[in-house]
Design a protein around this ligand. Structure first.
Ligand code: NAD
Length: 509
């Protein structure tokens, strides 16, 4: 194991044996070895053994058994587990954030930001643990009362992607735990160390709250994911990842009439009108397109510029793309780290080749760097008409921005909405009328629509997710907690008669 990862894991309290064989809390596992690669050097940081599908089922066994007690614990007491986890995350923010950067390649500020997001959602969930409210509903029958209440759902599964290796788990797990569910996590095989570190913190929080087994881990690849999604004891699978895999998960879960929350790929656009603040557009689009090396589900991939500002914004963006410091994500001053692996570099190259073949012109960046690791230059591509440029309809998980010129807002909205994905969108304008149109039912069709800020960097307080092929799921804030619970409508008769609804008379009644 590399020195740096060994040091971070020890600061995070991961026992040595956990990196040798892992499932559950620290159960032994005998599945395939998962290599954690350092994307900055291409070298192996560590190898962790995942579990087999049958070991994953054993993890579900334990989560199902633990659920029987956990569901009866009062919700504010369940919140104590999440409060403790939030405290441990605060204490270990730097070590965990750096481990995320080391293993996934996002810059240090973003690694720390990801852990802050976990802390924020823990705080939110602790508050929620005293607010899982139902409704009181007027009954049409005399001396009857109707209420709606929310109960825990069961052992739920959370399957996550590599690019937010810890925060996405927290969006789900913090809510699930206060909702009274137990939670089995199958993380990305690309980021095993970050998930081991989070599990170590979960175990410490659980020991203090007699809650071992509420939050557990089933490390592994697609076979482990399939075994969990097909398990009839798992009423909910929350899946974050690509559209292709999400489609498979959705079908498997639907086949057994389970519930899924799907958070899949995006293809996010910014529209900037002639009256936009150009300085803000350039800053927001640069962060949106090159931040996290273009590997956020909310990364800005398409930019629609109204004619009057098209030339000047494109020039300023190319200058920004050319000057952005690329390098070691843990070094001061770096703004763009490596891509996660060689397959991402291949996807970047292939997309740019297609872009050029389809009539695009690369105006900045576009090269793979000659150095160890998986480094590429952020690429800015001047594109022809949107409908004649199919590469822009796909999500390429890399820092490539396609720039289109449009006549007006209606043309931009139509093009923005034309793609199959529907996650995040943004409009830059000073016009109230334009902004209201963008936010109206005839405007953006995405789950996220912003005015005068970029497409990425959502807060945890809002419900997060997108429409169409992005999957329709919602996680994190607002009333997303309802997805982790079951609703029960209860009618109570406080009288001595037995009136039927709709005035139905039955026999002597
Ligand atoms: P991926 O689809 O390759 O993998 C996601 C997870 O699914 C991994 O844990 C993987 O091991 C698992 N998996 C693979 N095959 C499976 C199967 N048949 N059944 C069950 N699980 C299976 O995605 P990735 O490359 O890790 O992540 C990038 C993708 O995730 C991008 O498309 C990105 O847009 C998307 N993403 C979406 C959101 C969102 O909130 N909408 C957030 C982050 C990432």
């Amino acid at each position: 194991m590399s020195k740096k990862s060994e040091e971070l894991l020890s600061r995070l309290g991961v026992p040595k044996e956990a990196t040798g064989a892992h499932a559950g809390e620290w159960l032994s596992a005998s599945g395939e070895l998962q290599a954690s690669l350092d994307p900055t050097s291409g070298e192996t940081l560590a190898e962790v053994r995942g579990c087999t599908p049958s070991e994953a089922r054993a993890v579900v066994d334990r989560a199902a058994a633990r659920f029987l007690e956990w569901r009866m614990r009062p919700a504010p007491k369940r919140g104590e587990l999440v409060r403790r986890l939030g405290e441990l995350l605060r204490e270990h923010k730097v070590a965990l954030g750096e481990l995320v950067s080391l293993e996934m390649g996002k810059i240090r500020a973003e690694g720390l930001g990801e852990v802050q997001e976990m802390i924020d959602v823990c705080d939110f969930a602790v508050g929620l643990s005293r607010q899982l409210h139902g409704l009181t509903i007027a009954s049409e029958r005399p001396q009857h009362r109707m209420i709606e209440q929310w109960h825990p759902l069961g052992p739920v599964a959370v399957i996550t992607a590599f690019n937010f290796p810890v925060a996405v788990w927290a969006w789900n797990a913090a809510l699930a735990a206060v909702a009274g569910d137990t939670c089995v996590w199958k993380p990305s095989p690309r980021t095993p160390l970050a998930s081991l570190a989070v599990q170590a913190l979960c175990n410490r929080a659980a020991d203090a709250e007699d809650a071992r087994g509420v939050l557990s881990l089933a490390m592994g690849g697609a076979d482990v994911g399939v075994s969990i999604t097909e398990d009839p004891r798992v009423p909910l699978v929350s899946f974050t990842g690509s559209v292709a895999v999400g489609r498979d998960v959705a079908v498997r879960v639907a086949k057994r009439l389970g519930r899924s929350i799907l958070e899949l790929g995006g293809n996010n656009a910014v529209i900037a009108l002639d009256d936009a603040d150009v300085e803000m557009v350039v800053r927001a689009v640069t962060f949106g397109a090159v931040g996290t090396t273009g590997q956020r589900c909310t990364s800005t991939r398409r930019l629609f510029l109204q004619r009057g500002i098209a030339r000047s914004v494109t020039e300023r963006l190319s200058a920004a793309f050319r000057s952005v410091p690329i390098g070691d994500p843990l070094a001061d001053g770096t703004l763009v780290g490596p891509l996660v692996g060689s397959s991402s570099v291949r996807a970047y190259r292939a997309a740019l080749e297609k872009a050029v073949a389809q009539g695009g012109e690369i105006v900045a960046g576009g090269r793979v760097l000659e150095r160890p690791g998986f480094f590429v230059e952020p690429a800015l591509v001047r594109a022809p008409r949107h409908d004649a440029f199919p590469i822009a309809w796909e999500e390429t998980f890399a820092p490539i921005l396609y720039v289109f010129e449009v006549a007006d807002l209606d043309e931009a909205i139509a093009a923005q909405n034309a793609v199959p994905q529907g996650l995040s969108s943004a409009l830059f304008t000073d016009s109230v009328r334009a902004s209201e149109r963008f936010l109206s039912a005839a405007g953006s069709d995405c789950g996220i629509a912003n005015i005068n800020l970029g497409t990425s960097g959502a807060e945890i307080g809002g419900a997060f997710g997108g429409e169409k092929e992005t999957g329709g799921g919602r996680e994190s804030g607002s009333d997303a907690w309802k997805g982790y619970m079951r609703r029960q409508t209860c009618t109570v008769n406080g009288g001595k008669d037995l009136p039927l609804a709709q005035g139905v008379a039955f026999g002597g009644g």
